[in-house]
Design a protein around this ligand. Sequence first.
Ligand SMILES: [Zn+2]
Length: 121
Amino acid sequence: MSQSFSQQRLCPTAMSSRCPECYATLPEDASWVCPTCGYTLRTPVSSKVGVGFMLLGLVLLGTFVAGPESLGLRSGWMPSDLAELTITSYPLLVAGTFFLGMALMAAGALRLRGERSRAPV
Ligand SMILES: [Zn+2]
């Protein structure tokens, strides 16, 4: 498995024509999943962005646990009203970021599942 991954990186042209999992020749339109074995050839961008948002959510959660007040929002670089609003809506911000990340990852998974369902099992 890990060997086929490194081969993919070394020679990207071979990746588009052959499945790294079952070595079946891939048709032109099979850009997401292998039609023969259902192997995921490419991760949808929304999944990657989703992971990014989840990580951002973790960072925000960390700062929230540490206390949003300690971020220095009230130190004057930000209008105090806005700083106050950011601090009071912080849990919402954290939850929203997590939710967005999960929604994007779900969208990517659904897209892959849709592509996979076209493949004969
Ligand atoms: Zn395959």
